[in-house]
Ligand binder design. Structure first.
Ligand SMILES: [Zn+2]
Length: 478
C-alpha cells in the first residue's frame, strides 16, 4: 500500500531492506503481539499501563566502534527513556497511558563481525551475547541495536511486529519513535488523492498527511484513529460505528471524550471502511498536527493499511489534507459533510444508504430561541431523542462559512437533508432571503451574498427539508 516510488520521508527504509526484514525471519514476538493484553485496557484511567521492557544495545564491530561510549549511552537513554522527545514520552501520550516504556542501555558490546549492514546477523550476535551474559532475551518486548554508522542508506530499521530495531548512531528521536511504531505492528500511512469530493479515481500521493508519526508527520503528532484501532488504544465508546444517518459530534482525537467514526462501506462486499477523525493542536502528543477533519479509507477493514485521503487535491503541501468545513465527500453510498469545527469538536453530517430519516416536525416548531445561540454551532430543530453515545440522529443540518461576514460579502452554506431533500435556505442576512436549490438534493452548498442592507449582528440561517425538518445555525454580519 505504501508507494515506494513516491518521495518518502522514510529514506531510512529502502524497499530492499524492508522486504528482506519483513520476508525474513519471523520473530516469536509477532505471535505474542497479537494477544498483547492491550485489549483489556479499555480505559486508560482504570488500568495500569502495560510496561514494555526495552533493551537498547550499543554494538561495536571488529573494525568500527562508537567513538565515545559514554556519549552514546547518554544519547540512547535520552532518546528512549528521556523526558523530552523520546520513545517513552511519545507512546505514553499517544496511548493515553496504556503503555509505558522502560528498560536499560547496554554495551557497547563488540560483535564478532565486520561493520556493515547485515542486520539479521547483528541480531543473532546480540542474542548470543545476551545468552553469554546471562540476560534473558525473552523478557524484553523491544531490543534496539545502536550501531556505528555503516553507510547503509537508512536512518533506522525495524521489524513490523516483533521487537527488533536497528539504528545507526546518527539516529534521531523522531526516527526511533517511528521505528518502534513498526515494532508495535504499524505500517506506513500514505496519502491518496481522489477526484475531489469522492473516494474514486484515487492515486497514491506520498506522505502529505501531518497526522501520524507513521505518515511523515514527525513526533509532534499522535497516531491516527485507524492506528489506534489496530493497537486497540481506544475504548468501545470512542469508536463509533454509525448505523443511522445523522449529525455526529467528534471531539478531538486526543481530547477528553474523544470520538471517531468507523463506517462500514456497504456498496461492495469487500469490507472497506471509512474512518473519520478530528485533530486539534495542543492535546496529548498533538503539538504540530494538521488540524481538521481527516478521512481514511481502510481497505478490507484492515486498519493498519489505512490510507489517508487528501481531500483537497488542489493543495499539495504537507498537512493540507483535512476536509474543510462545508466540504462534502459523496461516494461509495455515503455522503459526509463537515458542518462546523471548534476547539470542542467537529460536527459532521453522515448520510448512509437505506437509512430511515429521523422523525420530522413542522417548520413552525422553529420558534425564536430564548437564549442566544452559542457561536455558530449548527443547531437542530427539533431536538431528536439522543443516542446512547451522546449522538443524535437527525434529518437536517446546516453550516455557514465563514461564520462572520461583511455586508455584500458571500458565504458558503452547507445544507443537508437526510432522506428527503433541501427545499430552501433562509436568512434575514442574505440579499435573497429565501434560496432554492436548482434541483432537489440531499446536500447543497450554495454561495450566497450577504445583503448590503443587513443589520449588523447575528442572524439565523435555516435549512428547510422536504420532509419537514429544519436545521438552524447563525451568521454574524460584521
Ligand atoms: Zn518506516
Amino acid at each position: 500500500m505504501v508507494p515506494v516510488s513516491a518521495p518518502s520521508p522514510f529514506s531510512e527504509e529502502k524497499p530492499r531492506m524492508k522486504r528482506r526484514v519483513s520476508a525474513g525471519w519471523i520473530p516469536p514476538a509477532v505471535a505474542a503481539l497479537a494477544v498483547l493484553p492491550l485489549a483489556v485496557l479499555s480505559s486508560p484511567a482504570q488500568a495500569a499501563p502495560e510496561v514494555r521492557d526495552t533493551a537498547v544495545v550499543l554494538v561495536d564491530f571488529q573494525d568500527k566502534r562508537h567513538p565515545d561510549a559514554a556519549a552514546a549511552t547518554a544519547k540512547a537513554k535520552e532518546v528512549f527513556f528521556g523526558s523530552g522527545t523520546s520513545v517513552a514520552a511519545y507512546f505514553k501520550k499517544a496511548s493515553q497511558d496504556r503503555v509505558a516504556f522502560s528498560g536499560q542501555v547496554l554495551g557497547p558490546w563488540k560483535l564478532d563481525m565486520p561493520a556493515g549492514c547485515d542486520t539479521n546477523r547483528m541480531r543473532l550476535k546480540v542474542d548470543e551475547q545476551m545468552k553469554a551474559r546471562g540476560i534473558d532475551r525473552t523478557r524484553f518486548e523491544h531490543v534496539s541495536i545502536i550501531m556505528p554508522s555503516g553507510g547503509c542508506g537508512w536512518a533506522g530499521l525495524a521489524t513490523v511486529g516483533g521487537g527488533t530495531s536497528w539504528m545507526p548512531d546518527g539516529y534521531s528521536a523522531a526516527g526511533t519513535i517511528h521505528e518502534i511504531g513498526h515494532n508495535l505492528g504499524l505500517s506506513h500511512e500514505g496519502t491518496s488523492v481522489c477526484a475531489e469530493g469522492t473516494l474514486s479515481g484515487c492515486a497514491p500521493a506520498g506522505y502529505r498527511g501531518k497526522t501520524s508519526v507513521m505518515g511523515g508527520g514527525g513526533p509532534g503528532v499522535g497516531l491516527s484513529a485507524p492506528a489506534l484501532v489496530k493497537l486497540r488504544w481506544h475504548t468501545a465508546a470512542e469508536r463509533v460505528v454509525p448505523t443511522a444517518s445523522g449529525t455526529y459530534t467528534l471531539p478531538p482525537l486526543y481530547g477528553p471524550g474523544r470520538r471517531f467514526l468507523d463506517i462500514p462501506l456497504t456498496d461492495t462486499q469487500n469490507g472497506d471502511r471509512l474512518v473519520v477523525e478530528y485533530r486539534r493542536r495542543g492535546l496529548g502528543p498533538e503539538a504540530d498536527v494538521a488540524e481538521g477533519v481527516i478521512v481514511y479509507l481502510v481497505p478490507k477493514g484492515d486498519h493498519k493499511k489505512a490510507i489517508q485521503i487528501d481531500t483537497t487535491p488542489a493543495t499539495t503541501a504537507k498537512g493540507s489534507t483535512p476536509l474543510a468545513v462545508g466540504r462534502t465527500i459523496k461516494d461509495r453510498g455515503i455522503t459526509l459533510t463537515v458542518l462546523s469545527q471548534s476547539a470542542a469538536g467537529a460536527q459532521v453530517s453522515l448520510l448512509l444508504p437505506g437509512s430511515t430519516p429521523a422523525p420530522t416536525a413542522k417548520p413552525t416548531a422553529t420558534a425564536k430561541p430564548t437564549a442566544k445561540p452559542t457561536a455558530t454551532a449548527p443547531t437542530t430543530v427539533p431536538t431528536p431523542p439522543g443516542g446512547g453515545d451522546g449522538l443524535s440522529a437527525i434529518s437536517a443540518g446546516v453550516g455557514v462559512r465563514p461564520s462572520t461576514a461583511a455586508r455584500g460579502q458571500s458565504v458558503t452554506v452547507t445544507a443537508v437533508c437526510s432522506g428527503s431533500g433541501v427545499t430552501s435556505v433562509v436568512s434575514t442576512a442574505f440579499a435573497t432571503r429565501r434560496n432554492l436549490p436548482p434541483v432537489p438534493t440531499v446536500a447543497w452548498h450554495p454561495v450566497i451574498a450577504v445583503s448590503a442592507m443587513a443589520r449588523p449582528g447575528e442572524h439565523h440561517v435555516y435549512v428547510h427539508c422536504a420532509g419537514g425538518s429544519v436545521a438552524r445555525t447563525s451568521v454574524t454580519v460584521g
